[in-house]
Design a protein around this ligand. Structure first.
Ligand SMILES: Cc1ncc(C[n+]2csc(CCOP(=O)(O)OP(=O)(O)O)c2C)c(N)n1
Length: 589
């Protein structure tokens, strides 16, 4: 068999045995051996996107939703470079990706050969590991074959380590790249027929458990300081973490400020037990989860200052929460992150612990069993939260603007739905107008680098990986940026794309540059006058045009009840929307 194909199969077999389940392939010649090897593997599902930039984000979305590495395959040249935006996001948000690129053999590099660029370490520090493979040889020694196997497993486990992220493996292939006509490449080669040894690799890691000393110290800190806050930023762990951290909030009496992307703001808090007990417990957990801070922190708070801040996840989305945290003087600011990645741009963290977040919460809970929190502190914050939402919800009912559309959508999303929230205004509106509730919503966003690129592809990747009802909410400029990813929409009928079309980048209206006309409108706002009806027609997906609350509600109801590849366009006036937002904010000043 062609050694390129044989060694690609050996590599892919070992990726599969390490746990790989999905690959996103883009078409090209130099990657033929990899494409054939994936195509032939029965245990790995193959997806396709012709645009490598979108393919990168599609894989990122799949990986975000499944929390497992997803592989990418592309040919040599600028195809490789098109992965960079998704790789940057994956690196910043610790999302595992395996980037497998076809390359020319060494004799064709730096020679003027067609479609040949320098791909070795092309992604620099944006990947966790970068390997340039040897050229496959027919008579490769056993050690070279074991190297192929080992590299596959190491690539997978490095991407999926304590610190997750992208890994790049570059594959130089010398022609011929294709099987001989008639040769059955699709019969997957058993790795043991490639070479005799029964060599397999098993690679795993555990979790980082806290020490007794750490837990003793923290228990003392929490019991001695009645006024504390727990902050859950984006990308907190999933699994048992939301329940564990909210139980910790109750046990310590520390209100929990939950970012919309933390996995803690929207999750079903019902516990087993009789109905009344269940309602009680949901209510009591609910009262500890605070989500109105982007609004109430715009005013001067008459609370005493907290003494302790315990943080999880990335830097919060909320500007006002970050400003508040920067302006107070607690004794202890502890940040706990098992991946060990610093996330504090105000440089105020006093204690950083690289520990498993859930293990810390659960251990503390057993130690704090008899701890009685002081009620005054929690009551102050809960009262602020309650009053905020009372006013805010009245305002959101009274006024129709893009922020109210996000609040309406949250009401209507079914339990266990996915929401990919686009950058720019959508994520900020979700932060400000998305009230915490006992309903599990899986919320994703590209907040590592906050790009407006690839947002549609990321959402469709989330939809493809989960099969759950998926809603993708983006602005019009964001949608235009990633329009060709609509090519993937028909294969994910569980995904609805909502484009909030305010004819340009509405977020810039919030900035001081909006006072400078010209060049504000032409160079920043960038109105384009496009309707997405034509895009929907081109990609043959359902289209619903909405201009007011009633039409929007009806469109979302349709999308929930009758899933289909669909685009809902919400036409709004950016200037009015911004005025309404300011008017509502002024009620809190
Ligand atoms: C790839 C990329 N290019 C440029 C930007 C800068 N940027 C941030 S928001 C924005 C405008 C987004 O407009 P739109 O998607 O219509 O959303 P809206 O602001 O109206 O919510 C731009 C250009 C960015 N974040 N990422």
């Amino acid at each position: 068999m062609n050694p390129n194909i044989l060694l690609s199969q050996l590599f892919v077999n070992n990726l599969a045995s390490a746990g790989l389940e999905s690959v996103v392939i883009s078409p090209g010649s130099r990657s033929t051996p990899l494409t054939l090897a994936f195509e032939a593997h029965p245990g790995i599902e193959t997806f396709l996107h012709i645009d490598e930039r979108g393919a990168g984000f599609y894989a990122l979305g799949m990986s975000l939703a499944s929390d497992k590495p997803v592989a990418l395959v592309c040919t040599s040249g600028t195809a490789v470079a098109n992965y960079l935006p998704a790789i940057v996001e994956a690196h910043m948000s610790q999302v595992p990706l395996l980037i497998l690129t076809g390359d020319r053999p060494h004799e064709l590099r730096h020679s003027g050969a067609n479609q040949t660029i320098d791909q070795v370490k092309i992604f620099g520090d944006q990947v966790l590991w970068s390997v340039d493979m040897p050229i496959p040889q027919a008579d490769a020694p056993e050690v070279a074959l074991r190297h192929v196997q080992t590299t596959a497993v190491r690539a997978y486990t490095t991407a999926n380590g304590l610190r997750k992220g992208p890994v790049h493996v570059n594959f130089p292939f010398r022609k011929p790249l294709e099987p001989v006509i008639g040769e059955p490449y699709s019969v997957i080669s058993d790795p043991f027929t490639i070479h005799d040894s029964q060599f397999t690799i098993n690679y795993s890691h555990g979790k980082l458990s806290p020490t007794d000393e750490q837990m003793e110290w923290l228990t003392a800190v929490l019991t001695q300081h009645p006024r504390g806050l727990i902050i859950c930023g984006p990308r907190c762990p999933g699994g048992e973490f939301p329940a564990a951290v909210t139980a910790l909030a109750q046990q310590t009496g520390y209100p929990l400020l939950a970012d919309p992307l933390s996995g803690v703001r929207f999750f079903n808090r019902r516990e087993r037990g009789d109905f009344e007990e269940e309602q009680q417990s949901v209510k009591s957990v609910d009262s500890f989860i605070i989500s109105g801070y982007e609004t109430f922190m715009q005013q001067t708070l008459d609370w005493p200052e907290p003494q302790v801040i315990v943080r999880f996840g990335q830097v919060p989305t909320s500007k006002w929460l970050n400003a508040y945290l920067d302006n107070i003087n607690p004794t202890i600011r502890l940040h706990i992150r098992e991946n060990g990645i610093w996330a504090d741009d105000s440089q105020r963290t006093t204690h950083f612990w690289q520990l498993n977040e859930t293990a810390v919460c659960q251990t503390l809970l057993t130690r704090l069993q008899n701890h009685q929190p002081e009620p005054a502190w929690q009551q102050t914050i809960q009262a602020t939260e309650q009053a905020t939402w009372e006013t805010l919800e009245t305002q959101l009912r009274q006024h129709w603007f893009d922020g109210a559309a996000i609040a309406t959508l949250l009401e209507k999303l079914p339990e266990e739905a996915n929401l990919l929230i686009g950058n720019s205004l959508p994520v900020r509106h979700l932060d400000q107008y998305g009230r915490s509730r006992s309903k599990t919503l899986h919320i994703f966003g590209n907040r590592g680098a906050s790009g407006i690129d690839g947002n549609i592809a990321t959402g469709l990747g989330v939809a493809a990986a989960t099969g759950r009802p998926t809603f993708i909410v983006v602005g019009d400029v964001t949608a235009l940026h990633d329009l060709n990813s609509l090519l993937l929409a028909r294969q994910t009928p569980n995904a609805t794309l909502i484009v909030i079309n305010n004819n340009g980048g509405g977020i810039f209206r919030r900035l001081p540059i909006s006072q400078h006309e010209p060049p504000f409108t032409e160079r920043f706002l960038t109105p384009h006058g496009r309707s997405f009806a034509y895009a929907a027609a081109m990609f043959e997906i359902d289209y619903l045009r909405t201009e007011n609350r009633e039409q929007f509600e009806r469109a979302v109801d349709t999308a929930v009840a009758h899933p289909a590849p669909r685009l809902i366009e919400l036409l709004t006036d950016g200037e009015t929307d911004e005025q309404i937002r300011r008017q509502i904010n002024n009620k809190f000043k």
